[in-house]
Write a protein that binds this ligand. Structure first.
Ligand code: NAP
Length: 306
């Protein structure tokens, strides 16, 4: 397992994170097994959100891991807030209220990282700053970040928020590549040139912001893993299988390796509920795909290499 330091923090974290969004489909015993597998593989970081399972995922996690101060200090806990029923809410009151509920459900006194889940166009950044200052000064949250934001949204927030935004969590995978597309096809009359992220990849490298990849295997927006779609991703699956054979790992590991090969701080959030799939994903933590292999997979996923 490869570890990295999140810039300007004391956080030493695995580059694989266990994502807890689907945890509520498991019994407490199976959730315990999955968490145990993750920890045996060297995973020390867990990703939550207040909305996962309507709060049940956080509760089940705390029960399954047997949360106590000894366990708490061995793991890095991240959660998110600000998605409400049909809208997003960065108001100070809602952020403060959400964190209190999260801490209660996770049976802990503090979060290592709090992320704002999706951008709120109605935000007043001064309110976010107030909320973060309060959460930090009373010891409820150590570090702050965002999810699904572009560089200008981060800049706007950062103008007011005194705490460095250390993480941005985005959908990224070999079948979801907007983060890389426009940078690879600058100034061309093709769809790939359209900048959908505001150059978030380059911005994150410049500012030393850790990117976290959500849904590393999902095609589209939660349409299921691409591994089984031979019609749309036949060529990609074929190439992945060849590399899996070469490196003596599973196809899952190669899909993870496509992300971990990127030379900046990228963490991959595995959302599987199956311990075997989880182990296979962890095998991709430090596979050194060559440039030719990385570009080959990008092209096999249907992208043009100019
Ligand atoms: N910030 C955001 O907006 C946002 C949005 C979505 C998710 N997230 C975070 O990202 C995490 C991961 O998202 P995700 O669950 O959509 O990601 P994922 O790991 O791409 O998808 C997991 C799903 O794929 C299935 N799967 C099938 N074959 C698999 C294989 N060989 N290996 C692994 N999985 C396979 C899993 O089924 P099995 O369980 O049967 O393996 C599971 O249903 C979430 O838990 C959450 O923490 C964040």
């Amino acid at each position: 397992m490869k570890y990295l330091e999140i810039a300007q923090t004391d956080l030493h974290v695995s580059n694989i994170i266990m994502g807890c969004m689907r945890l509520n489909s498991l019994s407490p015993v199976d959730a315990q097994k999955l968490i145990g597998t993750a920890m045996e593989q060297g995973v020390n970081m867990f990703d939550h959100a207040d909305i996962y399972g309507g709060g049940n995922c956080e509760e089940l996690f705390a029960e399954a891991i047997g949360m106590n101060p000894g366990i708490r200090e061995k793991i890095v806990l991240q959660s998110k807030c600000a998605i409400r029923d049909g809208y997003f809410d960065f108001s100070e009151d809602y952020i403060l209220h959400s964190v209190d509920q999260i801490l209660k459900r996770l049976k802990t006194d503090y979060l290592d990282i709090l992320l704002l889940h999706r951008p709120d166009p109605l935000m007043e950044p001064e309110e976010v700053a107030e909320a973060f200052d309060h959460l930090y000064s009373c010891g409820k949250v150590r570090y702050f970040g965002v999810s699904n934001q572009n560089p200008m949204q981060m800049e706007l927030l950062q103008k007011y928020v005194g705490h460095k935004l250390i993480v941005n969590q985005l959908q990224m995978s070999v079948v979801h590549t907007p983060v890389f597309d426009s940078g690879l096809a600058v100034n061309m009359h093709i769809d790939q040139s359209i900048d959908r992220t505001g150059s978030i990849y380059e911005y994150s490298r410049l500012k030393e912001i850790t990117l976290q990849a959500w849904s590393p295997f999902q095609k589209g927006y939660f349409e299921g893993p691409f591994f089984h779609d031979h019609e749309r991703y036949g060529k990609l699956n074929q190439e992945i299988n060849c590399l899996a054979e070469k490196y003596g790992v599973s196809n899952t590991a190669i899909a993870v390796a496509w992300l971990t090969r990127v030379p900046s701080n990228i963490q991959v959030i595995l959302g599987t509920t199956n311990p075997q799939h989880f182990k296979e994903g962890c095998d991709g933590s430090e596979i050194p795909l060559t440039r030719k292999e990385w570009f080959g997979l990008y092209a096999a996923a249907g992208n043009m290499i100019p």
